[in-house]
Design a protein around this ligand. Structure first.
Ligand code: FAD
Length: 466
């Protein structure tokens, strides 16, 4: 089945089709270039055309047309993913959801919206409507969409209290369109959500999302400095386990991350100091100050509600999650990163083991994450990149020590996840995308069910560079 791109494009020409070649190129790219490994492989990737449906009926039209002409479709929210999730490896159509950005309903504790709304706009709407906010968001809050977060993200600001997107209750309902001759519209809740959430749009397109909300607060943002790393890690974990203190964020940066890479923070921390970033509900500030006073060596260097800094640092969460990597990359282009799960109860011992082996080649950046009621860590470690072989060696050493790696230097769901097939996602793809046209090359199990994961998967359909 050879794609007939020209026929599909002509049939969709009455829709919002991108005409500018430079915009087509820009809308074919995400933040894959964070990884030197992906940059070397995906830099040339480009869609044949970009179409932006205005509503679900137009999504159905795009999918049915591309199905009829065997054209691959890669869906795009805002293209801020950094695993190459939104890269159209086989070319074809990029379906950009920028026009589908309406909020349909806000109720106490829940919101129903279209997938293309930016996280910040969704938050602003819910706050203005009834003083509510989304429970968690990626640190790309200002630029990313809710659909991209659900289909390509994992957790973020808010995960120290609410856990990950995959945890029960953090997504309520998804409405999904299939890629068939006559696309179907399905509604998923509960057990069924795992079929399409975090599936990179490989087996269905999300057209409506129902998410839980929490009361909105004017979060107080703080930086707390420590002379050593271990007390900083203990403090952040301890706070994460304080039942009565409401947090939205608790992040640890090993020295010299704050001093070397956070330019506005640099005048306020010494090179050898590790830093903790926090977002605390205003009514929890008394508790936070008491906890901090009980912690020897903890020194608050910034609080957003009482700051004397000459240059304000901006929103604190834009130093955390993958923004840490972005800030480091801007100062030192040889920096890359790894995504690590330091699971309870060995999380702190594991961090120390890895640190002893690799610091300063690998610097610890830890996000407090709640899992089953306990604080543990998601590590987004900064790595000084030298070669792919060395990076693989570092990955293996983490795995040998017992830390799980979600490898951000791979573009497939499996390698960026738990290195195993998600049977629910594969089964749904068989049903919902029988020709395998949705975001091809991202689900290994579809292409090669016997893949062993010992080496990097290379999608055979990846367009060659011209
Ligand atoms: P895109 O990149 O456009 O898409 C992501 C994936 O979802 C793609 O595979 C796409 O095909 C698919 N998709 C998009 N919309 C739909 C839809 N409606 N139906 C089906 N599939 C769809 N991620 C986190 O989880 N937490 C973080 O804190 C975080 N911080 C980041 C910081 C930086 C600086 C950067 C560059 C990235 C970060 N990310 C983070 C990754 C990414 O920004 C987020 O996951 C973000 O929410 C993705 O949203 P997007 O709109 O850009 O999605």
């Amino acid at each position: 089945m050879k794609p007939n791109v020209a026929a599909a494009k002509a049939a969709l020409s009455h829709l919002d089709i991108e005409k500018s070649p430079s915009a087509i190129r820009a809308k074919s790219r995400d933040f894959f270039w964070y990884s030197p490994v992906l940059k070397a492989r995906l830099d040339h990737v480009e869609a044949d055309f970009v179409v932006a449906p205005r509503d679900e009926a137009e999504v159905i039209e795009v999918l049915a047309t591309c199905y009829a002409h065997d054209v691959p479709v890669t869906t795009r929210g805002a293209g801020t993913g950094n695993y190459g999730q939104a890269m159209p490896l086989a070319g074809g159509c990029v379906m950009h959801l920028q026009n589908m950005n309406r909020v349909r309903d806000v109720q106490p504790g829940r919101v129903i919206c279209e997938p293309g709304i930016l996280l910040k706009d969704l938050d602003a709407h819910c706050r203005a409507h009834s003083g509510q906010e989304i429970r968690m968001f990626s640190s790309t809050w200002a630029t990313a969409t809710i659909g991209g977060f659900v289909a390509g993200g994992s957790g973020g600001v808010g995960s120290c209290t609410w856990g990950s997107l995959r945890d029960l209750g953090n997504i309520i309902r998804l409405r999904v369109v299939t890629m068939e001759e006559t696309p179907r519209v399905l509604e998923f809740r509960g057990e069924e959500l795992a079929r399409v959430s975090h599936a990179y749009g490989t087996n269905g397109i999300i057209t409506e999302i129902e998410m839980p909300l929490a009361p909105a607060y004017d979060w107080v943002e703080l930086f707390v400095a420590f002379d050593d790393f271990a007390p900083a890690m203990d403090y952040a974990e301890g706070l994460g386990n304080e039942d009565g203190i409401l947090l939205k964020l608790a992040t640890v940066f090993e020295a010299p991350i704050a001093h070397d890479y956070f330019q506005r923070v640099r005048p306020h921390v010494a090179e050898g100091q590790s830093l903790v970033a926090l977002m605390v509900a205003p009514q929890s500030m008394d508790g936070l100050l008491t906890f901090t006073a009980r912690t020897p060596g903890a020194r608050i260097v910034y609080r957003s509600d009482a700051s004397d800094w000459e240059k304000a640092p901006g929103r604190i969460f834009e130093y955390t999650w993958n923004h840490t990597t972005l800030r480091a990359l801007k100062v030192d282009p040889s920096i890359t990163y790894l995504q690590v799960r330091y699971g309870f109860p060995d999380h702190k011992a594991l961090v120390e083991r890895i640190r002893a082996q690799f610091s300063p080649e690998v610097l610890q950046h830890l996000e407090v994450l709640r899992e089953n009621g306990k604080a543990m860590f998601a590590g987004l470690s900064l790595v000084k990149f030298t070669t792919e072989d060395r990076l693989d060696e570092i990955v293996r050493a983490h795995e040998d020590a017992g830390a799980m790696i979600f490898n951000p230097h791979r573009y497939t769901l499996e390698e960026g996840g738990r290195q195993s097939v998600d049977d629910r996602q594969l089964a749904f793809k068989r049903e919902a995308d029988p020709k395998g046209l949705l975001n091809p090359g991202k689900m290994i199990a579809w292409d090669d069910p016997d893949w062993s994961y010992e080496r990097m998967y290379a999608y055979p359909g990846l367009r060659a560079a011209e």
